[in-house]
Design a protein around this ligand. Structure first.
Ligand SMILES: Cc1ncc(COP(=O)(O)O)c(C=O)c1O
Length: 492
């Protein structure tokens, strides 16, 4: 039998009634695009060049800058990833120090691995302060909280070497926002640029129901994945710059390293259309979306499933008590044809956007009402005493995905990636120094980074996550039976 091609599989899937509570934010309902082949061109006369924009692309980037109130905005066709790599390498010289949140996306770690950049970490608060919680709303214990500005102050005033830049992720994948304004003010007191990975917040500032954008909170560089939360094609993103702390020539030079020399006009047209749509119809679109979201939340009260709200109401967290999060995730997909974005040990994350329909939310509500009535004993995954939530985190705490624990850093990432290494069985790796990453995907935040010691707790986590069927990536050996470690004599 001839295997199905990717195109055939996509055609079949997209013709089905599967509903996307996941990225991209256009929810497969783009209105402005015809057959992409008809307008897929290269840098022909009259169409400018992204790497030296002087004409139509310059105008389009200026429209994006006007929408977000930045002084300079760059189109990214390789996602926020390209923006994060460029921003860090533009701000941190070889041998420099980057003060970054430990729960950063892997691309920030990759930047530190490309150049001899040392990293110092800021750790998120444990759990979430339930400022938006209704009575009884349960917060999953495996959720990273915000960064406390006083931790930043402590580092900056400690007299330790001065970082060349601060890198913050706000919001997190789950919609947890840090006090960017306070952190930017602290950074600026020391003339240090603040880079904010706002990949999940391109819709911030578009309506009062959502937090303000970090661009308006004083950040020097802000990176947005348009494709995650707004109606724009996958890979489309923006990088905004403000203030005088960033060397813009360096930034442009790094962008030309990390962006393809053949940027897709289909993607760039998608960015420009999205920006124009938000500028001209954003208010009505968001009014209607916020109304649907409110209706949904007013009706979504269940005996056994909590929907705690984080700072970003577009994120729908489902925390079940009577069945496992995995069973909830599977039921939504298999029985109700609702595809979620992410499965965490104790909750399911669904992403909504301005392109969602009332019908999509009605389907979700109906599915949750029915699932809420399932007797706990019907769950094929055994729920430990004490309830699903506590059980899924596991008594040892090893299933936690939070990044509040401090890793033992024995070597900088760059050194660990470039030193002589050897492969050892994973179970013999305790006490050794990793030469590889290990992360859950999504969200792509390293549980282990090169240069960090492999602890017994990490080994337990890996074992529990692996046997619970979570997607662990980063190591060369996908079966996770072995791992590359730094040779002992390369450690100083
Ligand atoms: C917090 C965060 N930053 C950056 C990225 C990278 O974004 P992109 O996929 O647009 O490259 C992701 C991807 O999921 C992310 O979750």
């Amino acid at each position: 039998m001839i295997p199905m091609s990717l195109y055939e599989k996509l055609t079949e899937y997209c013709a089905s009634d599967a509903y996307p509570f996941h990225m991209p934010g256009h929810k497969r309902r783009g209105a402005c695009m015809q057959d992409p082949f008809t307008f897929d061109i290269t840098e022909i006369d009259g169409f400018d060049n992204l790497h030296h924009a002087e004409g139509i692309l310059k105008d389009a980037q200026e429209r994006a800058a006007a929408l977000y109130h930045s002084s300079e905005t760059h189109f990214l066709v390789n996602g926020s990833t390209a923006g994060i790599l460029s921003a860090i390498l533009a701000c941190v010289p070889p041998g420099g120090l980057l003060l970054m949140v430990r729960n950063s996306h892997k691309s920030a770690f990759h930047a530190a691995g490309l150049r001899d950049i040392r990293t110092q970490y800021l750790y998120p608060e444990a759990g979430l302060i339930p400022q938006h919680a209704g009575a009884g709303a349960g917060y999953p214990a495996d959720l990273n909280g915000p960064i406390d500005p006083s931790c930043v102050e402590q580092v900056l005033s400690s007299g330790a070497p001065r970082p060349s830049a601060i890198f913050l992720t706000s919001p997190t994948y789950d919609g947890v926002v840090s006090d960017v304004k306070a952190i930017a003010a602290l950074a600026h007191r020391y003339r240090i640029p603040l880079i904010v990975d706002e990949a999940h917040g391109a819709h911030f500032g578009m309506h009062p129901a959502f937090p303000p954008s970090s661009v308006s909170q004083g950040a020097d560089i802000v990176i947005h994945s348009l494709h995650k939360t707004l109606p724009s094609l996958t890979q489309t993103a923006l990088l905004h710059v403000n203030g005088d702390l960033v060397d813009r020539r360096q930034l442009r030079s790094q962008l030309s390293v990390f962006q393809t020399s053949s940027p897709s006009y289909v993607l760039m047209a998608s960015i420009d259309s999205c920006v124009q749509q938000m500028a001209s119809q954003g208010r009505e679109l968001f009014e209607s979306y916020v109304r649907i979201l409110k209706q949904f939340r007013t009706r979504a009260h269940f005996a056994h499933i909590d929907l705690p709200e984080t700072d970003d109401p577009s994120r729908i967290l489902l925390v079940p008590y009577h069945i496992s999060a995995r069973t909830l995730y599977d039921l939504l997909r298999d029985r109700y044809r609702l595809q979620s974005e992410m499965l965490a040990p104790s909750y399911v994350l669904m992403l909504s956007s301005v392109a969602d329909t009332e019908d999509g939310f009605c389907r979700l509500l109906h599915a949750l009402e029915e699932i809420d009535r399932i007797p706990p004993q019907a769950d094929p995954i055994q729920i430990p005493e004490g309830g699903a939530r506590s059980g899924q985190i596991s008594e040892s705490g090893a299933l936690r995905r939070t990044h509040t624990d401090r890793p033992i850093v024995r070597a900088p990432i760059f050194q660990a990636l470039n030193a002589q290494s050897e492969k050892v069985p994973f179970e013999d790796a305790a006490g050794k120094v990793s030469a590889e990453y290990l992360y859950l995907y999504p969200p792509g935040i390293p549980l282990l980074a090169p240069g960090e010691e492999i602890t017994p707790a990490l080994l337990r986590s890996k074992e529990e996550l692996w046997s619970a069927g979570y997607e662990l990536q980063g190591t060369e050996d996908h079966t996770l039976t072995s791992i590359w470690i730094m040779k002992e004599d390369t450690l100083s």
